[in-house]
Design a binder for this molecule. Structure first.
Ligand code: ZN
Length: 699
């Protein structure tokens, strides 16, 4: 016995030198963490690849079992079995995807490059599998005789449509071609995103002298100094191309030359003819998407995309965009004239340029709207804003929140909360990850580490994350958010609620809504954030505790009309650019710059405004998610303004009957009600564009 344990000890010592071998791969074991959250502290980058390999093997086995089932295809043995297959992916992919967005590193990116083609080969093989498709088609064809309920009917139809849209119904040669196209497209998407990140991180403006800081208020100087310190740069501060850095700099810097430098770096990302240039890659992507759409029987990619949206077809999207474009552009021209008048009044002797817009908008904001960013921020300390979100969820839906520091998280800045439903039952876990870090993608988003689902009649609760890039605390001072950051908080929180409430027995349909519907649950919450009723319940001065004064509330309300010409113009310009890319008849040669210029010229965009995203850093349309779909935010903007109007008109912002209908038709039962039907169930009629135009002061 003794000898044996000595031998045992020496093995342990030997293995301890090689930590990944001694540590079990957590993707192969059950997670006994609180609430079954991913055990981030035990997950090593090196675990992903072997886990993915095993997940692919298991999934394939599950699919083969469906195909080789000697019984005739039924709803249960085909549709339900297929819906449930792939369980191991559901553990790995949310963690891998979540970390790649919020806490990435070179090794993870490398693994992604290795894993992506593996995964797309695997999913292509399944989505083109003729035997599997034949079984699904068999169920689909007898669906009317199977006694299915509405939800079951939808899941059958949705799966059938998925296969059809993937090309499963095409002859073999075309299926092969499609497969190659898809593999190449997913590699390109990945590369475009990486280039964008590299280009964003590549730039840094050093602020070295007092003159370089001219015009910058204390808070902006503070953040610039903090940024320099954490980047290890010896300077008074640095400006980067991350939004919380460059936007305030452009708003306040009196140094026109530096503003030009920063903004030029920003809008030239991916277009610098260097190793991170995105032009050729994007051009190739456009050709491949067009080719794919044609193979599937559509005239272009936009048609293919919109076929399953609320909008239904490109013409409807264009009509919608131009309906807002006209008043937006007209207003932008008025704003431009107003800015030029200030320049002339001050004897500037130059013409307004794109990098001047934020600076003069800030002057107008202070003069006309008297809305001073530094006056606003103290009322929006990040903790108060969080409490405001919790309160809104409580007022509308009766939810409550409790901090759960024992739940493992992937970074010390991430907070975990347990969410309880009105009756006190456990609803899920919410992660909040508020501030920028070098390994975090820009922007703000909501994701899940586990989707809500049902397992043999038992509810598996979701683990939802909201990730932002908000202003950091500075020294002793807490993070004070801009108004824009505050509304973004509510926005992402709205997506989180959607995830918490989702019901439905089948994975495919329980949380699945059209892209031009998905921003409704998020954007509608932004409406509440700015009402006097809500503000008085969460906007307290971070030092004095004083409630936000009426006068400032009034200013915030007026400010809803501020710069709306610019905001809508830059947004819709990007949305039309996206549509132009995805409806054009591309030939073999695409000159990306020329195409973009032509598109902007056709819509009549003024030179002083750049589209919100230029082609080479238009991350939304690099992947398939928002390609031909960037319009969805404004589409949802019209929906959310109209939906919020229902609460306003009722005379009670927390009208419980409306809140219940909203939860039921818009948030919870997407597995049963879809798009316009769901909306009409909630609202009683189709949405009107009027509330949006009035809200933005465009009418
Ligand atoms: Zn959103």
């Amino acid at each position: 016995m003794k000898k044996f344990s000595l031998l045992f000890i020496s093995i342990v010592i030997f293995m301890a030198g090689c930590s990944e071998r001694v540590q079990e791969n957590p993707f192969f074991t059950e997670w006994d963490t609180p609430f079954g959250a991913p055990p981030f502290d035990q997950i090593d980058d090196e675990h992903f690849l072997p886990a993915y390999e095993e997940a692919i093997r298991q999934h394939r086995e599950e699919i083969d079992a469906i195909i080789n089932n000697p019984e005739e295809p039924t709803f249960e043995n085909t549709i339900v079995a297929y819906d449930e297959a792939g369980g191991m992916f559901r553990r790995i992919s949310p963690v891998f995807g979540g970390l790649r967005g919020a806490e990435t590193n070179d090794r993870l990116q490398e693994i992604a490059r290795e894993v992506t083609p593996m995964l797309s080969a695997h999913s292509n093989a399944i989505s083109m599998d003729q035997e599997l498709f034949a079984r699904i088609q068999a169920v689909y064809e007898q669906r009317d005789e199977l006694g299915l309920d509405r939800e079951q009917m939808r899941v059958v139809e949705t799966y059938y449509r998925d296969f059809e849209r993937n090309g499963a119904a095409l002859p073999e040669a075309e299926r092969e071609e499609l497969k190659k196209l898809r593999e190449r497209m997913s590699m390109i998407s990945l590369q475009l995103g990486e280039n964008q990140l590299a280009e964003t991180n590549a730039f840094q403006l050093k602020l070295e002298t007092e003159e370089d800081l001219a015009g910058l208020p204390e808070s902006v100087r503070g953040s610039a100094a903090d940024a320099a310190e954490s980047a290890g740069v010896d300077a008074k501060g640095i400006v980067t191309l991350h939004n919380p850095s460059w936007i305030p700099f452009l708003q306040f810097s009196e140094r026109r030359d530096l503003r030009e430098k920063v903004f030029t770096a920003y809008f030239m990302r991916g277009d610098n003819d260097n190793e991170h240039d995105n032009k050729d890659l994007f051009a190739e992507l456009m050709q491949l998407r067009l080719e794919m759409a044609r193979l599937l029987g559509y005239n272009n990619y936009a048609e293919y995309f919109q076929a399953i949206q609320m909008a239904e077809k490109p013409e409807n999207v264009y009509d919608f965009l131009y309906e807002i474009w006209e008043p937006s552009l007209a207003r932008a021209k008025e704003e431009r004239a107003q800015m030029q008048a200030i320049i002339d009044r001050e004897g500037g002797g130059f013409e307004l340029k794109p990098w001047d817009w934020w600076y003069y908008a800030e002057i107008i904001s202070q003069e006309e709207y008297e809305l001073d960013d530094s006056e606003v921020r103290p009322y929006f300390a990040i903790e108060n804003v969080k409490q405001g979100n919790f309160l809104l969820a409580n007022n509308l839906f009766g939810l409550t929140f409790e901090a759960r520091p024992e739940v493992p998280v992937y970074h010390e800045e991430v907070e975990a909360y347990e969410v309880f439903d009105r009756d006190g039952s456990h609803l899920g876990i919410l992660f909040i990850d508020p501030h920028p870090r070098p390994g975090k993608r820009g922007g703000a988003w909501c994701g899940t580490y586990r989707s809500g689902s049902w397992d043999n009649g038992e509810r598996i609760s979701p683990i939802v994350t909201i990730v932002m890039n908000f202003s950091r605390p500075s020294g002793e001072r807490p993070a004070l958010l801009t108004w824009d950051e505050t509304t973004t908080y509510f926005h992402e929180f709205g997506h989180a609620l959607h995830n918490f409430f989702a019901e439905g027995r089948y994975r495919r349909t329980s949380r699945s809504v059209p892209r031009d519907f998905v921003e409704l649950p998020s954007q509608i919450l932004e409406n509440w954030a700015g009402t006097p009723e809500m503000l008085k319940e969460y906007a307290f001065h971070y030092e004095t505790g004083e409630t936000i004064p009426d006068e400032l509330i009034e200013k915030l309300k007026n400010a809803e009309h501020f710069n709306q010409g610019f905001i809508n113009t830059e947004y819709i310009a990007a949305a039309i650019l996206d549509m132009d890319w995805h409806t054009a008849e591309h030939g073999d040669e695409i000159d990306v710059r020329a195409f973009e210029n032509e598109s902007l010229k056709n819509m009549g965009l003024i030179e002083e405004i750049k589209p919100r995203y230029r082609t080479t850093y238009f991350g939304h349309i690099f992947g398939t998610g928002y390609a031909a779909g960037y319009y969805v935010y404004r589409w949802a903007g019209v929906l959310d303004a109209d939906a919020f109007m229902a609460f306003r008109e009722s005379g009670d912002l927390y009208n419980q009957e409306l809140a219940e209908r909203f939860r039921n038709y818009i948030l919870a039962n997407n597995a049963i009600y879809e798009g316009m039907e769901a909306y009409v169930k909630f609202r009683g009629e189709e949405p009107s564009i009027e509330p949006f135009l009035i809200q933005s002061g465009l009418k």
